[in-house]
Design a protein around this ligand. Sequence first.
Ligand SMILES: [Cu+2]
Length: 188
Amino acid sequence: MIAALSEENMANSLATNLFAATVALACSTVAAPAADYDVGSIHIAQPWSRATPKGATAGAGYMTITNKGTTPDNISCVSDDASGQCEIHSMTMEGGVMKMRPVEGGLEIKPGETVTLAPLGFHVMFRDLKHPLEQGKTVKATLKFDKAGSVDVEYPILAVGATAPGTASGGGMKMQGSGGGMMPMDKH
Ligand SMILES: [Cu+2]
């Protein structure tokens, strides 16, 4: 094995580099482990947010909410530490255009129901950002449930193009391409 630049070595080296790049990409979406939260009969799992490009005036937070109780509850966002105002938004397709708007009266979580806030769906909107959301940091928001009460949730900030919190299903590779077609978050 003296031939340092044999084709086999080159191939190995290329494979190693590709592997390293893949690992780096995958790791970039994992960030800090997210905590789960319980308030009353509400369970909040896997909160996350994503980094915003320079100049963006709004960001978003995502999570999974389960109502383990026997009555409906409504969630709204009271405040957060990164923006001037936060709201729960819905997102719908209207005439081929994605539109989002505040959910009046808060987003209802029915008894026994699990609602996932995720890109292209319901989300917490951080309006009038005071600073860009930086990957690796967190956004802390105070959420209010009409019945369960208030809870402070920390949203770990993932990469700009992240589409979901890090999972075993190679979530790191899916970030390509989906970020660019995002809805105009700034147009509020
Ligand atoms: Cu929104």
